[in-house]
Design a protein around this ligand. Sequence first.
Ligand code: HAM
Length: 436
Amino acid sequence: MAINAPEGTYDLLPDQKLFWEQFKNTARDVFGRYGYLPIETPSMERTDLFVRGIGEATDVVSKEMFEVLSGGNMAKVLAGETLPAKKRLSLRPEGTAGVVRACVQHDLVPQGAPPAKLMYAGPMFRAERPQQGRQREFNQVGIECLGADDPSIDAEAIIMLMRFFAEVGIPHTSMTLLLNSMGCATCRPAYRDAVRAYMEQHVDALCDTCRQRMDLNPLRAFDCKNSECAAVMEDAPKIGEYLCDECQAHYAQVRGLLELAGIQYVEDARLVRGLDYYTRTVFEVQVAGSGKAQNAIGGGGRYDKLAEEIGGRPTPGFGFALGFERCVHVLEDAGHAFPHAHACQAFVACVDDEVRTDAFALAQILRDAGVAAETDHQHRSLKSQFKLADKLGAQVVVILGPDELREGNVRIRDMRSHEETVVPKDVAAGTVASLL
Ligand code: HAM
């Protein structure tokens, strides 16, 4: 039986790969205007980075991480040995922890320096149950800004994300920006206690998972998909009533700056996000009316304690990531015209086998002159070569016939105007280039 790609993973075929490249270029362009520079961190990191950074009790860390074992270490683990922390590796489930680790490791935010604005794009890995819009390997584009806690950073990044979505063609009307503040180390504990106390009162109506979460991570119950839990959590205490004065002021300024920029948002007191590092602002962009369970195309927030959690200096941070595949689904639903990958600008066709070697050589000359050129490798008839040239998207076909070649000439057809000219073989590359 043929071997397919692993469950929850998929291939980016040439058209899709071209779109992914364009998507990343648009991100580089839009985010670059806001001062974000590219960074690339490893696809795997030490497991304890994610445990400490994202939080042991989160689904992402407790259930969804792919641990990486080399052959030698696999044997040790199977023999019951516990590996030292530096040998325990996991595929990254998200990009924030790795970027913050890199900032700490390379001291990218020295004291008194301007904020480090970084962007990344690449695959993330989560061992989730695969379904439409939920893969085990998926591509994210994300940004992280470290070294500033001003609400203007939060607002600027959210505005930038909405500009990006507009630029790639996601219809404005299909998106809802949800916004909340999760408070800080001063005010969140009291809120968490209040939610836990509320859940204890309604414990009989909660699912097993929420009951288990109650002690360690009660706020996760806001994300539970079980309808009875959702009904209970509807009336749970709201974070807004618990925010300290500083968090309230910070949140008000983020909202004010978004309003100034004409960005519409919906406040959602139940938006808690699935990663433990968030403080203050959190947000998510959801696609409305799709009826799909996986409707968040992007999200993020502030994480002012994360650098310290992983052993760095206190360094406030803000960031977001968006899911490429989910954006593609939204664009498909909106009837977006995706690009087609063309491998060929000029096709060198042979009238018969006698001229094959010349055709092979001319294709090389065209490529050396910067033209994407292809020729026939399957001994097709001239008619079939023309069909192939058309299929490959060639704008020009260079026809080599024995009679013309004897006189040192080739025939060049412009595939759009269907005009043909006979030119000396030596100037063919220049003529082709002038027609593209
Ligand atoms: P996240 O909400 O877990 O945040 O993921 C961001 C986006 O990645 C989601 O909105 C979704 O579009 C996409 N995504 C997540 N999981 C999957 C999956 N299994 N299959 C397909 N797409 C998926 C983060 O990852 C944070 N690191 C964002 C952030 C950056 N916060 C601060 N800085």
